[in-house]
Ligand binder design. Structure first.
Ligand SMILES: Cc1ncc(COP(=O)(O)O)c(C=O)c1O
Length: 356
């Protein structure tokens, strides 16, 4: 499909302070938009980032057929934009789409639109430690009709935002003991907007008590650890590295799978299993809970300082002593900005001649 390009007449780039990038607030000049109706995607275009007009009867607003992704781009020493594993985000977007009864997006359309957009807004990719261009692809229903049914029309958009790190300190985490994020047969494995809407109240309550995040537990017994509101989680007990298995209720994180691969490369087997909170408490009591960390695109690899479980704190060792989270954080950052060799073919280079 041909992608039409309408560039902005006045770039906002000059007005941005790249030393002050509150996460997600600043949007780059352009966005990629595609419409879906009558059973096909059409009118692929790059246009200036702007408001869109929707009917008050827009079905996504009422019934929640809305899904999204998050990716990042960084620039390498040659000035080439690099995108980390975008085909994995498309794969997950399409899984989310299937679960939410929405149309899947063809890979070629996604990648071509993405590369053109990043190439055009290349100047918006910030340089400097931990900074990157956050990429937000999303799809939502656009039927103009009140009536609970599958929408027949959709819009897919990608816009971007220069960002600093999402978290700038080790996390204090509240273990959920009242609310549940996902349940068997539900939409926990989908990156569906409603999952995040449902997490707002518990997260606000946790913030109010001085925590940065909620750690979600299984909905049957509140016994097995799932993930946090924005990341997957890993634990190191003695020499064992453990992470909750993909049970259909958690997100198949791209940072999670990359960390598992990087650890396997070092000869470390990662146990993907049901993680009983009592195993973590026991390890902490025995002095062998050596590390706990969160992984996600926005967050990268971030240390956990403590968990609060039913009023008691489980405290983790000093961050300087955390072997694997420190290793993974540095290794991944270096791969993403091209300092380290991309052994696994995770990086998509945006070459201007192929995409502009
Ligand atoms: C609920 C949840 N779990 C896990 C993740 C981590 O996924 P990824 O590493 O693909 O960003 C995210 C972020 O996307 C998330 O929102």
């Amino acid at each position: 499909m041909q992608i039409s390009i309408q560039k902005t007449k006045v770039s906002r780039l000059g007005s941005v302070d790249f030393n002050d990038l509150p996460f997600g607030k600043i949007k780059s000049d352009h966005m990629f938009v595609v419409d879906y109706s009558s059973g096909r995607w059409h009118d692929a275009r790059i246009v200036p980032f702007d408001h869109i007009s929707l009917s008050p009867a827009n079905s996504a607003l009422h019934y929640g057929q809305s899904i999204f992704e998050g990716m990042k781009s960084q620039i390498d020493s040659r000035g080439v934009p690099l995108i980390f594993r975008p085909e994995q985000n498309l794969k997950r977007l399409n899984l989310s789409a299937q679960r939410m009864c929405m149309p899947v997006l063809p890979e070629k359309l996604f990648l071509e639109g993405l590369k053109k957009l990043i190439s055009i807004d290349k100047g918006w990719i910030p340089e400097g430690s931990g900074k990157s261009l956050y990429i937000r692809p999303f799809m939502f229903a656009t039927d103009d009709s009140v009536g609970v049914k599958v929408s027949e029309s959709y819009m897919f958009i990608i816009f971007t935002s220069p960002v600093s790190p999402y978290y700038n300190q080790p996390l204090k985490i509240k273990v959920a003991d009242k609310y549940v994020r996902a349940f068997d047969g539900g939409v926990g494995a989908a990156k569906a907007a409603g999952n995040y809407g449902a997490s707002m109240l518990p997260t606000k309550e946790a913030y109010g008590q001085g925590y940065h995040q909620v750690m979600w537990m299984d909905g049957h017994e509140f016994k097995y650890i799932e993930e946090t509101g924005t990341t997957n989680v890993f634990f190191v007990i003695g020499d064992r590295v453990i992470t909750p298995a993909l049970d259909g209720n958690i997100l198949d994180g791209i940072t999670r799978k990359s960390c598992i691969q990087l650890l396997e490369d070092k000869g470390v087997h990662v146990e993907q299993k049901r993680v009983d909170i009592n195993e973590i408490i026991e390890a902490s009591k025995n002095g062998i809970l050596n590390d706990a960390f969160c992984t996600g695109t926005a967050a990268s690899v971030v240390h956990i300082e403590l968990f609060n479980y039913r009023g008691n704190d489980i405290i983790l060792p000093n961050v300087a002593e955390r072997k694997w989270s420190n290793y993974l954080g540095e290794k991944l950052d270096n791969i993403k900005c091209g300092i380290e060799a991309d052994k696994h073919g995770w990086i998509l280079e945006v070459n201007e001649t192929q995409s502009a």
